[in-house]
Design a protein around this ligand. Sequence first.
Ligand SMILES: O=c1[nH]c(=O)c2ncn([C@@H]3O[C@H](COP(=O)(O)OP(=O)(O)OP(=O)(O)O)[C@@H](O)[C@H]3O)c2[nH]1
Ligand SMILES: [Mg+2]
Length: 207
Amino acid sequence: MNEVIIATKNKGKAKEFERIFNARGFDVKTLLDYPEAPDIEETGATFEENAILKAESASDRLGKMVIADDSGLEVDALGGRPGIYSARYAGTEKNDDANIDKVLDELKDVPAAERTARFRCVLAVSIPGGGTQTFSGSCEGRILPERRGTNGFGYDPVFYADEMNRSMAELEPAEKNKISHRARALEKLEQTLLTSLEKDGHQWAKS
Ligand SMILES: O=c1[nH]c(=O)c2ncn([C@@H]3O[C@H](COP(=O)(O)OP(=O)(O)OP(=O)(O)O)[C@@H](O)[C@H]3O)c2[nH]1
Ligand SMILES: [Mg+2]
């Protein structure tokens, strides 16, 4: 079966990967389908280091090609925070709502023109016997003063995507997948993945 393993436990990310890979004829499995995969601590200092940590530990354990995603929000007025701490900004329980409240509170006196921000994503693909490669993507925008829209996950309701003139949470999933940091990193990864999967006899149904 054509299958791609994503080393994530984040259901929001999983949905986005599923949409993209299903359209190309691949099933997506995540770490929620592989309870034996180790829970990896994200001890890296950069998105890249964390993505590599996650991809390699899962690939070593499962003996299969694995993709990992480390991503987050960088707010210029906060010196790039929350950055690699985006998931756990308001605490280790990873509460999206509390994370948004913390960012909005820290920005409450910052005027619109200075609320510039971007999402970043680094994907690492680890292939048994084939090493690990990384690919990155970003998406520019601004932090809104309040939530708008209900789609997506994480900080999407307060992230105004410059290219779409709407918040990320106001975009349809297919629209977010055209401009997102994750989609852009995946575009770069695609060629590598294609070569590797074809070597294993898989067919790539390019949409
Ligand atoms: O509004 C958002 N739209 C996005 O498209 C997006 N992508 C990342 N993020 C934020 O960055 C954290 C990732 O941290 P992260 O890479 O460590 O992932 P995670 O811990 O949630 O899951 P895992 O993949 O590590 O299992 C997430 O939780 C979110 O807070 C996003 N927020
Ligand atoms: Mg994480």
